[in-house]
Write a protein that binds this ligand. Structure first.
Ligand code: SAH
Ligand code: SF4
Length: 358
């Protein structure tokens, strides 16, 4: 009898925590850890609370960001990533300026208002080249430009902004300094955070985020990840499951973080309220309904991949990436999926809070 009573009390306690998270913004580190560790039967309540806060704070529309992965060269050697410089099996490519502009036009033609330019850390693209690309996209398409090209100097970030880039994605990946050092040889966690602070100060809409399911990661570390997202006041949060790549030192690790990733995503919505949170391609890769489930657990953004077909397969960060096929096919699939959950696509710019251009 006593056991039943304590189980009942625990269950009510979890219900109370979820209710608290839904109505106010005051989960402690201990509360977050409890919600990350709670038994599976409470998950749906957590997702429903995050879904309700998503609806109240950012509405039912799904913002699209068209992504172009313009180079798979990388000077870093992150243990988790297929683009790491040590992966000799990968056939490398760099898109020319004209190819990038052509892909941007395709995004513009589909009425998607924002573009994300992503690559490995590839110094072939000097600040000058990146600025030229930014200026051409701005003048020739008017798209809102997001960069995701890694750690650069203050002077580079300043020049990107002057050239007309509005947003920057740089996931902090993990708040555990030990795991960071192990997974990103030669890189410093403090430098990543400094870059994020610089971007924020310069006025970029700034995105950070984490991978879930990394070796050595604990609920305590994930709670710190969530608190850091809040502390940085990041505008966008990329939260995706780690997926082991066969040609990396982490080959063969289990890809079993789907449910935990949904929990982290739901908590990110509950803690940060009005941020833009993508249903990541990695979610769609690890589970056939992954992106839809993410959209029902707090996410409000999707980033369809418009990298030209000849290059797409070679942007092999992790294996089996979703979003194969051409632009029309991708858009038709997205529209069908969203209608099935009562959501629609927004063609506005999707800024956080202040909607400057919509
Ligand atoms: N080079 C840039 C941008 C490209 S990598 C950078 O590192 O910031 C983009 C994202 O891919 C990274 O932030 C990382 O979180 C994610 N990623 C890399 N390898 C992954 C893997 N094996 N599984 C899931 N996500 C991965
Ligand atoms: Fe390079 Fe980014 Fe991959 Fe690290 S995660 S190897 S920096 S592309």
């Amino acid at each position: 009898m006593e056991n039943v009573m304590s189980l009942f009390k625990f269950s009510t306690h979890i219900d109370d925590l979820i209710a608290q998270a839904k109505t106010e913004n005051a989960l402690s580190r201990k509360d977050i850890i409890e919600l990350l560790k709670m038994p599976g039967e409470h998950s749906l309540d957590l997702f429903a609370a995050a879904d309700a806060v998503r609806k109240e704070q950012v509405g039912d529309e799904i913002f699209l960001r068209g992504i172009i992965e313009f180079s798979n060269y990388c000077e870093r050697n992150c243990l988790y990533c297929g683009l790491r410089r040590g992966n000799r099996k990968l056939s490398r490519y760099r898109m020319t300026e004209d190819e990038i502009i052509a892909a941007a036009r395709q995004i513009k033609d589909l009425h998607i208002p924002t573009i994300v330019l992503q690559s490995g850390e590839d110094s072939f693209y000097s600040a000058e080249i990146i600025c030229k690309i930014i200026e051409r996209i701005r003048v020739e398409t008017g798209l809102i430009i997001t960069l995701s090209i890694g750690e650069r100097s203050l002077a580079d970030y300043q020049s990107f902004q002057k050239a007309g880039a509005h947003r920057y994605l740089l996931k902090h990946e993990t708040t555990s300094v030990d795991i960071y050092k192990y997974l990103r040889p030669g890189c410093k966690f403090e430098n990543r955070i400094q870059c994020l602070n610089t971007l924020k100060i310069l006025g970029f809409e700034t995105g950070t985020g984490t991978m879930v399911g990394l070796p050595g990661q604990t609920p305590e570390i994930l709670a710190d990840d969530l608190l850091l997202m809040k502390e940085l006041d990041a505008d966008m949060l990329g939260i995706g499951p780690f997926i082991a790549h066969p040609d990396t030192p982490l080959a063969g690790l289990e890809n079993d973080a789907f449910e935990l990733t949904l929990r982290v995503l739901a908590l990110a919505r509950l803690i940060t309220r009005n941020t833009n949170i993508p249903a990541t391609t990695a979610m769609g890769t690890i589970h056939p309904l992954g992106r839809i489930q993410a959209l029902r657990a707090g996410a409000n953004v999707v980033m369809p991949d418009f990298t030209p077909e000849i290059y797409k397969n070679r942007y092999d960060i992790y294996p089996g990436r979703a979003d194969a096929g051409g632009a029309a096919e991708i858009m038709a699939n997205l529209q069908k999926d969203y209608a099935s959950i009562g959501r629609s696509i927004s063609y506005s710019t999707g800024y956080r809070k202040i909607k400057l251009h919509s």
